[in-house]
Design a protein around this ligand. Structure first.
Ligand SMILES: Cc1cc2nc3c(=O)[nH]c(=O)nc-3n(C[C@H](O)[C@H](O)[C@H](O)COP(=O)(O)O)c2cc1C
Ligand SMILES: CCCCCCC(=O)C(=O)O
Length: 393
């Protein structure tokens, strides 16, 4: 039971005088991480596009839904597990793909993988990771110590050099990643004032390009190795990173190339969701990239119900604004199969590396379970639209 964590905290405090090493909710993680991070790293992580209207809308959308707890329902047996793409997850939670995590902690994605596998939470490793995907997979699957083997998916930023994109997919298959998540909303960075004012783009100093630099197809496009001529390698990265020409036909093409499940991340319109499924995708991630791309875009939670109506039965993951157990419950009630945790995890990483990630996940798991059972629901499968009312009704 995840909620034993609550008992542990109280017991350690009351019997041993020890308080938790880190805060236990989002604002605390955010504030403490702000103190630790450089101004550039903090701006990159916390910042969003434009006036950050969409980032705020993501949170406001959660506040427009309220849970009505029901009483006197037997919740003595509880089950937080869900089945996603034929695999059982202990909780409806995975880690969102996040790039360049060495700006938050020196061990970057390797620490994230360790923290995630200790909590049994699947991790989606980003193409823009600061560590090559093979290193992340090794950390995920490392069962030394008391860690269990973790579960990983690979997030693909689809290069305009299709052979490089395909090489990433082949490497992900070989490394043991279990699904491909194609992110389609960020083939170019949006107007991000917090980064612009600090002129901060970590990729230009070689952070977040490890998957490219270590790729044999990418290397074959260079006259000299990335070690011999790092500037040329970064220039090539800049010219082929994103692919504005992608269409649904490319998803259909990818379907023919790999037997791994494919999810498309960054979907906000029901017709796009339908087109992804028609092209052979197994599901979508409803997301506006945490408000980091189109400022003024609709809150991600508000996009969810129409997409569920359009492609219900396919796998639907959700992110953008998930901060606590109640948010997880609301997204599930509106039809998501599971949620992705983004910034809360990055702040945990900044606070304490693998231990900080583990702590944040443990808090979210316990908070979710408690919220669910105290609302009178013993099983995730029973979370549905009847748990919610609109705040303005
Ligand atoms: C610092 C940072 C880096 C990100 N890098 C990636 C990435 O490499 N690939 C990707 O698909 N999404 C990336 N995202 C978006 C997340 O996967 C996710 O959609 C977003 O964080 C959800 O919003 P939230 O963190 O506000 O909940 C990034 C987000 C942040 C904050
Ligand atoms: C040049 C684009 C790199 C983007 C990678 C990280 C990301 O997705 C983000 O939101 O930042």
């Amino acid at each position: 039971m995840y909620s034993n964590f609550q008992n542990d905290i109280y017991a350690k405090g009351m019997l041993g005088g020890v308080r938790p090493a880190y805060p236990t909710e989002f604002d605390g993680w955010h504030e403490a991480a702000h103190q630790k991070l450089t101004p550039e790293a903090y701006g990159y992580i916390a910042g969003s596009a434009g006036l950050e209207t969409t980032a705020h809308a993501n949170r406001a959308a959660f506040a427009r839904w309220e849970i009505i707890p029901r009483m006197l329902r037997d919740t003595s047996k509880r089950d937080t597990s869900v089945e996603i793409l034929g695999k059982r997850w202990d909780a409806p939670i995975a880690l969102a793909p996040i790039g360049v995590m060495t700006i938050a902690h020196e061990e970057g994605e390797v620490a994230v993988a360790r923290g995630a596998s200790r909590r049994g939470v699947p991790m989606i490793a980003s193409t823009a990771a600061a560590k090559p995907m093979e290193e992340i997979a090794a950390a995920l699957h490392d069962t030394s110590g008391n860690e269990t083997s973790g579960r990983g998916w690979y997030q693909l930023y689809w290069s305009s050099d299709r052979d490089v994109a395909l090489s990433f997919v082949r490497r992900a298959e070989a490394a043991g990643f279990e699904a491909i998540v194609v992110t389609v909303d960020t083939w170019q960075l949006a107007w991000r004032p917090r980064d612009l004012v600090q002129a901060f783009l970590p990729f230009l100093r070689g952070e977040g390009v490890a998957n490219f630099l270590s790729d044999p197809v990418f290397q074959s496009r260079l006259e000299k190795s990335p070690q011999e001529d790092p500037e040329a390698a970064i220039r090539l990265w800049g010219s082929i990173f994103g692919n504005p020409a992608l269409t649904f036909d490319d998803i259909a093409w990818l379907r023919e190339q790999t037997s791994l499940p494919i999810l498309v991340k960054g979907i906000q319109h029901p017709d796009d969701a339908t087109a992804c499924i028609d092209a052979g995708a197994d599901g979508v991630v409803v997301s506006n990239h945490g408000g980091r791309q189109v400022d003024g875009a609709r809150a991600s939670l508000d996009c969810l119900p129409d997409i569920v109506s359009a492609i219900g039965g396919s796998t639907i993951l959700f992110d953008s604004g998930v901060r606590c157990g109640a948010d997880i419950m609301k997204a599930l009630a509106l039809g998501a199969d599971a949620v992705l945790i983004g910034r809360p995890m990055v702040y945990g990483l900044a606070l304490g590396g693998a231990e900080g990630v583990e702590h944040v996940l443990q808090c979210l798991q316990a908070d979710f379970e408690l919220n669910m059972v105290l609302s009178g629901i013993g099983n995730v499968a029973d979370i549905d639209r009847t748990c919610l009312v609109r705040a303005d009704d």
